[in-house]
Design a protein around this ligand. Structure first.
Ligand code: ZN
Length: 261
């Protein structure tokens, strides 16, 4: 599932390709029965408008303007925003198509369930309504220590709780544990303040580095977990072995040596 860095890469694509172009039409694609998309009246609100700015909070992407309305996109498991130019056809599995004046188009491609597109008035109100915690790249060290020092669950699961902090999911919680040498099942509220500060620093360094590559994993350092996140692989940091286990219902990958319990 796309997490903060993958969503940030998509936001930057929108920012580069779709700003300041008048919207001519917003259409539904084929087979949209299983996915939440804006209805006729909602879509009509975008027509004649332009996106003049974008935002992102956790795994939510926003495009809109000072006076609104805004479109918010959640990519779900496999969603993707794909700008292209007519006369090219939209990609298969396009669920929503925005036609800008001229040839520019924006497709929301989403082969599986769980993604959505909504039209909203105000991103800040929406973020509050959704009960999302601070964005993982914006949360400062003091707040992080305060929140996670009181979270009574495994550190991996804690980092993924979107109401505590928004943006981190399965991949980057694993990488954060790997780079701080923590077993993913270690209780968050058992960690010292010093360790929580290290977790905070590692997490933000990781997210920033991934954003910098446009979420192209092959460009990340070879000694990161993401490059070898398979059972039985060698750990490039210590020569241990990568293993997996269910933690809070998700499959965690970690090194059996430098992340031992
Ligand atoms: Zn290791």
């Amino acid at each position: 599932m796309p997490e903060l860095p993958e969503n940030e890469a998509q936001r930057l694509t929108l920012e580069r390709e779709c700003l300041n172009r008048t919207i001519g039409a917003v259409e539904l694609g084929d087979d949209v029965t299983y996915i939440e998309l804006p209805g006729d009246n909602e879509r009509a609100r975008l027509v004649g408008r332009q996106f003049t700015e974008t935002r992102r909070h956790g795994k939510n992407i926003f495009a809109g303007s000072k006076t609104g309305p805004w479109m918010t996109v959640h990519l779900g498991m496999t969603g993707r925003l794909i700008p292209f130019d007519a006369p090219d056809d939209p990609p298969d599995k396009t669920k929503l198509l925005i036609r800008f004046e001229g040839d520019r188009r924006l497709a929301f491609r989403c082969p599986r369930k769980l993604g959505h597109v909504r039209i909203i008035d105000d991103p800040d109100a929406y973020i509050a309504d959704q009960g999302l915690g601070p964005d993982a790249l914006g949360i400062d060290q003091e707040v992080f220590v305060e929140v996670f020092g009181k979270t009574r669950s495994a550190i991996k699961s804690a980092l993924m709780k979107q109401d505590r902090m928004a943006g981190v999911g399965n991949l980057w919680s694993d990488e954060t544990c790997f780079q701080t040498g923590l077993h993913p099942e270690t209780r968050a509220d058992a960690l010292s303040e010093k360790t929580l500060c290290e977790v905070h620093g590692a997490m933000q360094r990781i997210l920033e580095a991934v954003v910098k590559t446009g979420a192209t994993y092959s460009e990340l350092p070879d000694d990161w977990l993401i490059r070898h996140r398979r059972k039985g692989r060698n750990c490039r940091r210590c020569g241990g072995t990568i293993v997996n286990a269910k933690v809070g219902g998700r499959t965690a990958y970690f090194c059996d040596k430098h992340q031992a319990k």
